[in-house]
Design a protein around this ligand. Structure first.
Ligand SMILES: [Fe+2]
Ligand SMILES: [Fe+2]
Length: 166
């Protein structure tokens, strides 16, 4: 997609990176990326689990907070309050899965899980992927085009440099 503003471009790139990670999530939890549940010495699994915890607690958290703080209020002011409220509500439902998911991943990394917990982890992982994937695609289609029109050059520069520096 061809956006004019740096802020929209950056968010679009982050959504693309997220969608790539989610494709990996689906491979891992459906057993197409190696045995699931993994063996205790599976280094690929451990790398994946650490990457997921960091994605949830750092990248996704930072991205969501930026949208909530800087973008949704601007959308509302511009008369798109319904869209802002919908996207904000989706953040809530995504966090509701992301938090227990990160918790179980940490526990898995720290010493393994009981069979039932591996099952719960899989369910949470696939649910997270579904919710976040559809959210990112919705923002690409609905939020970013609006944002691209909404931001003037100066506001875009300010927002982008604040976000990049954070
Ligand atoms: Fe979002
Ligand atoms: Fe987003």
């Amino acid at each position: 997609m061809d956006f004019q503003r740096q802020t929209s471009k950056r968010l679009y790139e982050e959504h693309a990176a997220t969608l790539q990670l989610l494709a990996r999530v689906e491979r891992v939890f459906t057993g197409r990326g190696g045995a699931y549940p993994p063996t205790a010495d599976d280094a690929d699994w451990a790398a994946f689990a650490r990457a997921m915890v960091s994605a949830i607690e750092v990248e996704v958290a930072r991205h969501f907070e930026f949208e909530e703080r800087e973008l949704f209020p601007r959308l509302e002011e511009a008369g798109d309050g319904d869209l802002a409220a919908l996207l904000d509500e989706e953040h809530v439902t995504i966090r509701a899965v992301a938090q227990p998911l990160a918790e179980l991943l940490r526990q898995a990394l720290a010493g393994g899980l009981q069979p039932q917990q591996w099952q719960t982890l899989k369910t949470l992982g696939l649910e997270f992927s579904e919710r976040l994937g559809s959210h990112a695609q919705k923002e690409d289609g609905a939020l970013l085009p609006v944002l691209d029109n909404l931001l003037d050059e100066d506001t875009d520069r300010e927002l982008f440099s604040a976000y990049a520096a954070a």
